[in-house]
Structure formats: structure tokens, C-alpha cells
Design a protein around this ligand. Structure first.
Ligand code: PLZ
Length: 470
């Protein structure tokens, strides 16, 4: 990124002036949307409703949308819909556009690449962009050991391949996953995902040799237990029901995403990691949602100094283009025979160009620091809301991956209806929020890391009103 572009972009990040001129660098068409919430119609507006009617007649009903406003453009911290409404984005397309939508460096590199060639298939005629992304992954992921990477199209595909590699490298079958886990929607990853509806219901039979063990979920422990004890509880189940010698890998989200932004108690991940190392079991960190600066570090494992054997990445890696990776110890990655990993589109050159733009942006703008700054702005507001509204049972998360869990006041009984009510009130008032959680009662916040401070505070104001029921 050139210095002036970096400066212009940095000015957008957490700036107190929400209406900074949003000029795009040369080579891009159109101006980035003004960074202000602005509602011209009700949400969704008439044009969105019109398209939605067409969608209902054309798109399979099994594919749903949390907020049926149809997008015209997006950038920085906002989404502009086809009715001209500008909404504050606190979802980043589920933790994907961490560098902002249509981020200048992503757009510039994609445009340059797409004009040269769009696809040759890395397995047929390779290109340097794929190698560049693997070098970046090897450099940025935790641990300074020798690493190799392979690229795929989606998070689920990365998880599938990490399991293939772990089985091949260990010669063992069993895969350990956790309560509340989410790893994808393909057959193997559905089996690894915990929640039945909407992900699994009626879609079986599922892949075998997947074993689920208890997670560390501090808010929902029946009795207080620390991270080490929670890990020992999980290890005990593995030992008695699976056997370490049969276990290829333990797959864990360092902070669970779809399952409810569950932050395990300190000590949980390091204890698991130690047990894995002692038993020849691979620790696979699924950092698809937590990775690439989202939690205030480049990867969430770093908060506890955990170095996984394999790490899966996607989402934030490529600023919105489909790309995913598996990175790991060379001897594990290279245990797979030549031709054993691949796919037509994996590491597509346009997606790789986007990733290089996104990674350059993350490093040059120090987006891990931006995520920590977002936490320092949001956390006190959320904690204060929780103090005033007893339906907020827990406030948790790290960096720009934060959530509130809604319960019946004074209990831990989940209240998904209250989460849905607050979520729709935010949407009606022009703030894109998302829910998650095994019980659907968690409201989560994943702002783009380049969101302006004023915009973020305005979004929090709308949330506060929504919680208060105004
Ligand atoms: N692992 C930790 O968060 C994707 C899924 C949304 P894909 N999470 C969003 C939905 O309802 O489908 C995810 C994740 C973790 C794996 C995945 C899967 O990534 O790129 O969606 O396949």
C-alpha cells in the first residue's frame, strides 16, 4: 500500500469525523459510501421488498438471510442498500471484511489480477500469488517452526483437509470436537458441528469417528471450575470413551464463533495442547472466525501462547473473496502423498490477490491494535448495559469479537426471543447485528476493524435503545 493511501485509510479507522471524504484511490470506480447511518425508508425498504419477492420465487427456501435488505454497495463500517439506506455494519459478513468492504488494497490487487488471468488451476499451471499467500500464512501463524500451507475455497473445506492431513500423519481415525462447536456444513464438518437446527436436521447420516467432549463455557458451568479442570474433564472423556492411541486430532475454536462466542477459561487451551503433545495427538486450531486480527492478536491462540500443530483459516484472510488455508508443521503437512490435496479452485489467483491486499492492510494499519481499541470502546458500554438490564446475563469476547448473552433475569435460562427482539430492533434502526449460540440467545458484534469511532458509538447507542425496548 502506498503511503498516501495508507494515510487516507488510517484516517478512516476509528476517526472521530464520520463524514471524512471517502475518495477511492486511482483505479477504483465510484466513491466509498459516506460513513454515517442514514435511513430514507423503513427497513427493509420498498425496493428490497420487491427483490425479496423475486428471491422467494427463485432462490431455494433453505438459504435464508438474517436481514433482507439488498445491498448496493458497502465500505468502511457501512452497508448501503438498494433503497439508499446506509446501515452501520456490526457483522462484517460474519467476520469476513475485517479490513472493510471493498478495501482499497484488496480492490486494487483484485482488479490488477483479474485483468491478467482469472484461473489456470494451481494443480495444472501454478502462479506466484498462491506461493505468496502460503509464505504469508507460514510467517503469520503462531510458532516459528518450519511450516507448509495449502489453500482451499471455504472454511469447511479447510477443516475437512486438516482432518485428512491429521489422519494421514498420525495413522489414527478419531477426531475430537467440543460441545457448541461449529466447523461447517459439509458432511464431515456437519458431523463436527454441534448444533442440530439449522445445520444438521435431517441431513444425516453423518461421517463417523467424530467424538464430542465438554467445552469450557464459564457462564454455563454448573459449578465454578477453572480452565485446567475443564480441560481435564474433556481429556477424561477422550481417555475413557475414545482412547488417546486412537485419536488423530483435537479440533478446537480458540473462541467459539457460531456456538455463542464462548471464551474458554484461561488454562483450557494450554492444558489441551500439552496433553495432545504428550499423546501424539494433533491440536488443530480452527481460527476461521477468530483469525486475522479479529480478537486483537493476529490469531486467537496467541492470547494464551498456544502453538497448534495445524491451523485452519478463512473468512478474514481475503477481504471477502472465497479463500481458506491449512497451515502446519512441515512434517505433518508433507506426510500427505503428492496429489493427495487439491481442488479445481483452491487458491484461485484472484482470491490470492485479495488475500495479499487484505494481509498488507492488516499489517500496515496494525489492525490487531484496532481490534483492541474496538474492545476498549465497546466493552465498557456493554458492561454498563448489562448492569442496567438484568436480561443480559453475560458480556464476553476479545478484541472486535464481542457478545452479550440474553437470559431470563436472575437465571441462566436462555432467552432467544429477547435476543431476536433486540436484533430486529437494531436492524429496523439501521444497525446490522447478528445472533449466535447453541440456544440462539447470544447477540454478537463483529465490526469491520476499520470502523470509525463515532460510527461505532452510534451503533452502540442504537443497541442500548434496542435493549431498553425503545
Ligand atoms: N469454522 C469456526 O466460524 C463459518 C457460518 C455461517 P465456511 N462460520 C459462519 C453459516 O451459517 O453457514 C465457520 C466458522 C468456523 C468453520 C466455518 C466454516 O466456514 O467458509 O462457511 O465453510
Amino acid at each position: 500500500m502506498c503511503a498516501s493511501r495508507a494515510r487516507a485509510y488510517a484516517g478512516r479507522m476509528l476517526d472521530t469525523d464520520p463524514s471524512l471524504p471517502q475518495t477511492r484511490p486511482a483505479g477504483q470506480s465510484g466513491a466509498a459510501p459516506a460513513q454515517v447511518r442514514h435511513l430514507l425508508t423503513e427497513i427493509p425498504g420498498p425496493r428490497s421488498r420487491e427483490i425479496h419477492a423475486r428471491r422467494t420465487a427463485a432462490v431455494a427456501g433453505g438459504v435464508s438471510s438474517m436481514l433482507p435488505v439488498y445491498v448496493e454497495r458497502a465500505g468502511g463500517g457501512v452497508i448501503v442498500d438498494v433503497d439508499g439506506n446506509t446501515l452501520i455494519d456490526l457483522g462484517s459478513g460474519i467476520a469476513v471484511v475485517s479490513v472493510g468492504n471493498a478495501a482499497p488494497e484488496v480492490v486494487a490487487r483484485v482488479q490488477e489480477q483479474v485483468a491478467r488471468f482469472t484461473h489456470t488451476c494451481f494443480m495444472v499451471a501454478p502462479y506466484p500469488g498462491y506461493v505468496d499467500v502460503c509464505e504469508a500464512l507460514n510467517r503469520l501463524t503462531p510458532g516459528d517452526h518450519d511450516k507448509r500451507s495449502a489453500l482451499f475455497n471455504s472454511g469447511a473445506e479447510a477443516v475437512e483437509n486438516a482432518v485428512k492431513i491429521a489422519r494421514r500423519a498420525t495413522g489414527r481415525d478419531a477426531v475430537i470436537v467440543f460441545d457448541h462447536a461449529y466447523h461447517g456444513r459439509t458432511n464431515l464438518t456437519m458431523a463436527m458441528t454441534a448444533k442440530n437446527l439449522p445445520y444438521k436436521d435431517g441431513f444425516g447420516p453423518f461421517a463417523g469417528e467424530i467424538y464430542r467432549v465438554p467445552m469450557s463455557y464459564p457462564f454455563r458451568e454448573p459449578a465454578p471450575i477453572d480452565g485446567v479442570q475443564a480441560a481435564e474433564r474433556a481429556i477424561d472423556v477422550i481417555g475413557s470413551q475414545v482412547g488417546a492411541v486412537n485419536t488423530a486430532c483435537v479440533v478446537v475454536e480458540p473462541i467459539q464463533g457460531e456456538g455463542g462466542f464462548v471464551v474458554p477459561a484461561p488454562g483450557f487451551l494450554p492444558t489441551l495442547n500439552r496433553w495432545c503433545a504428550e499423546n501424539g495427538v494433533l491440536l488443530i486450531a480452527d481460527e476461521i472466525q477468530t483469525g486475522f486480527a479479529r480478537t486483537g492478536r493476529m490469531f486467537a491462540c496467541e492470547h494464551e501462547g498456544v502453538v497448534p500443530d495445524l491451523i485452519t483459516t478463512a473468512k478474514g484472510i481475503a477481504g471477502g473473496l472465497p479463500l481458506a488455508g491449512v497451515t502446519g508443521r512441515t512434517e505433518l503437512m508433507d506426510s500427505v502423498h503428492p496429489g493427495g490435496l487439491g481442488g479445481t479452485y483452491g487458491g484461485n489467483p484472484v482470491a490470492c490477490a485479495a488475500a495479499l491486499g487484505a494481509i498488507a492492510t492488516i499489517e500496515q494499519l496494525d489492525l490487531p491494535a484496532a481490534a483492541r481499541r474496538i474492545e476498549s470502546i465497546m466493552m465498557p458500554v456493554l458492561v454498563d448495559l448489562a448492569a442496567r438490564h438484568p436480561q443480559i446475563g453475560d458480556v464476553r469476547g476479545r478484541g472486535a469479537m464481542l457478545a452479550i448473552e440474553l437470559v431470563r433475569p436472575g437465571t441462566t435460562i436462555p432467552d432467544p426471543a429477547e435476543a431476536a427482539r433486540i436484533n430486529s430492533a437494531c436492524h429496523r434502526n439501521g444497525v446490522v447485528t447478528l445472533t449466535c449460540g447453541t440456544y440462539g440467545n447470544v447477540l454478537r458484534f463483529l465490526p469491520p476493524l476499520v470502523i470509525g469511532e463515532e460510527l461505532l458509538r452510534e451503533g452502540l447507542g442504537v443497541l442500548a435503545e434496542a435493549v431498553a425496548g425503545q
